[in-house]
Write a protein that binds this ligand. Structure first.
Ligand SMILES: CC(C)=CCC/C(C)=C/CC/C(C)=C/CC/C(C)=C/[C@@H]1[C@@H](COP(=O)(O)OP(=O)(O)O)[C@]1(C)CC/C=C(\C)CC/C=C(\C)CCC=C(C)C
Length: 490
């Protein structure tokens, strides 16, 4: 499990190491492993040293390699999902029937009727919200592609509950209802077309409900929690809202039949990719979050760096801030490293969209990818880490705004719940600009903005002296080669 940073944290808090639930208190009840997490069924025997991220951490903090409370809790879900997959596909390493035969059969089952329509609708949503990802899924077998679409749509809708146009009306009760609806669809009682597609998916693939429930739990946190005292707390949040995506999708994407890696290690990598992405988003959005009164940074580490909440709110860039951010970036990199190791063990037809997710974050033209890692490089290199605090103030917007439409994915019924003022003010603020534009019915295209300039800083030794078209080629080849080498290796 990705845990590099936690080991660093544990190294700084030796009294708290040892996997004890040392920091749990009533005020941090979300950190308490829930019953479902504590008693997973049929766990496979735990291999010693089976948690790769620990190894990657060992370099950073060789003395400590013990899971923290959150990591323990998440690890249980990983084991549980891995066990489910192992049980469902005992012969996964054997050769399969030819791909064309699989595809023909899948098309026959999914290609027509109401279910076919439901999946097509999911595909349309993906194509609208996540174009590059959608294109990547075209390389998957039809059944897998459609299943990943269905999962994507459920995640997007869940996220939209607290991040969409009706976020201020969402209460814990509304999230409880959403979770009940999830349970129903897992039991074959879908509520609408999108649910029907997911219901079909979970009946065909060995997907555990726990990561889905955990994502809802992450949305619950967002309703009331705006501070994270330690990285352990933040880690759990990142698992809830992003690490879960990896656990949901790998059972669908499949592990390469000839892979020698343990199922568990592939799941650890998948988890790491989600966490790496979320940490990157957090570092990118420090300024935007601060303007909403939120700090998704470990406050104890902030204090150790000699920084206060006030410094964040003031957007003051100092030597202390840069040093602090470098540490945070280093941590995100460890998670990316961990994720990268797992990609080659995925079924070859499923690797592309993952490589896209690993290698790209913002597409500022239909052709050009900017690697996610390079968002991290950019945060490190560009004007020495000032962007997360100032970028948003200066009005830089990410081109992830591309491709949004004014259509909400939520049924009206789900979003008209009334709420108390306190809940209303604490609803998650991210991407609200995007949704404000949604509300105004505007369609956003590639925003010409200063953030394009930043891409100059986002590559090692950028050829800033080159003519623009050479630079253009440089970007394409850098991103594509990285993606291709990942997808083809192994
Ligand atoms: C193949 C593939 C990439 C599948 C993932 C498809 C899928 C189901 C995506 C759901 C994404 C989603 C809508 C989640 C809701 C919560 C949320 C918003 C999480 C954040 C994502 C998106 O960031 P973005 O910046 O685009 O979002 P905002 O505009 O800020 O709202 C997250 C950061 C989570 C993204 C998680 C991943 C990319 C993890 C994917 C992991 C795998 C596919 C496993 C890979 C396997 C190995 C072995 C490495």
């Amino acid at each position: 499990m990705a845990a590099g940073s936690s080991a660093v944290w544990a190294a700084q808090h030796p009294a708290c190491s040892g996997g004890k639930f040392h920091h749990l208190s009533p005020s941090h009840s979300h950190c308490r492993p829930r019953r479902a997490l504590q008693t997973p069924p049929a766990l496979p025997a735990r291999r010693s040293g089976a948690s790769p991220p620990r190894a990657s951490l060992a370099a950073a903090a060789p003395a400590v390699a013990v899971r923290t409370a959150s990591e323990e809790a998440v690890y249980e879900v990983v084991l549980r999902q891995a066990a489910l997959v192992e049980a469902a596909t005992p012969q996964r390493r054997r050769t399969r029937q030819p791909r064309w035969a699989e595809e023909e059969e899948e098309e026959r089952v999914l290609g027509w009727g109401l279910l076919g329509d439901a999946y097509d609708r999911c595909g349309e949503v993906c194509a609208e919200y996540a174009k590059t990802f959608y294109l990547g899924t075209q390389l998957m077998t039809p059944e897998r592609r459609k299943a990943v679409w269905a999962i994507y749509v459920w995640c997007r809708r869940t996220d939209e509950l607290v991040d969409g146009p009706n976020a201020s009306y969402i209460t814990p009760t509304a999230l409880d209802r959403w979770e009940k609806r999830l349970e129903d669809l897992f039991e074959g009682r879908p509520y609408d077309m999108y649910d029907a597609a997911l219901s079909d998916t979970v009946s065909k693939f060995p997907v555990d409900i726990q990561p889905f429930k955990d994502m809802v739990q992450g949305m619950r946190l967002d309703l009331w929690k705006s501070r994270y005292m330690t990285f352990d707390e933040l880690y759990l949040y990142c698992y809830y809202v992003a690490g879960t995506v990896g656990l949901m999708t790998v059972p669908v994407m499949g592990i390469a039949p000839d892979s020698k890696a343990s199922t568990e290690s592939v799941y650890n990598a998948a988890l790491a990719l989600g966490i790496a992405n979320q940490l990157t988003n957090i570092l990118r959005d420090v300024g935007e979050d601060a303007r909403r009164g939120r700090i998704y940074l470990p406050l104890d580490e902030l204090a150790q760096a000699g920084l206060t909440e006030e410094d964040i709110f003031r957007g003051k860039v100092t030597g202390k801030w840069r040093r602090f951010m470098k540490g945070q970036i280093q941590r995100a990199r460890l998670f990316f490293d961990e994720a990268e190791k797992g990609v080659t063990h995925l079924d070859s037809a499923s690797r592309w969209p993952v490589c896209e997710s690993l290698a790209t974050k913002y597409n500022f033209s239909p052709l050009v990818f900017v690697p996610t890692r390079n968002l991290i490089n950019f945060i490190t290199g560009s004007e020495l880490l000032t962007y997360p605090l100032f970028g948003q103030f200066l009005g830089f917007r990410c081109s992830r705004l591309c491709g949004c439409t004014g259509r909400s994915l939520m049924p009206l019924r789900q979003t008209t719940t009334t709420t108390s003022p306190s809940v209303r003010t604490s609803a998650r603020p991210r991407s609200c600009c995007r949704y404000r534009l949604h509300m105004q019915g505007l369609r956003l295209h590639h925003e010409p903005s200063v953030d394009h300039i930043f891409f100059f800083f986002s590559f090692p030794n950028p050829p800033c002296f080159a003519p623009p078209f050479l630079f253009f080629l440089y970007i394409i080849s850098f991103s594509c080669l990285h993606g291709i080498s990942l997808a083809c290796s192994g």
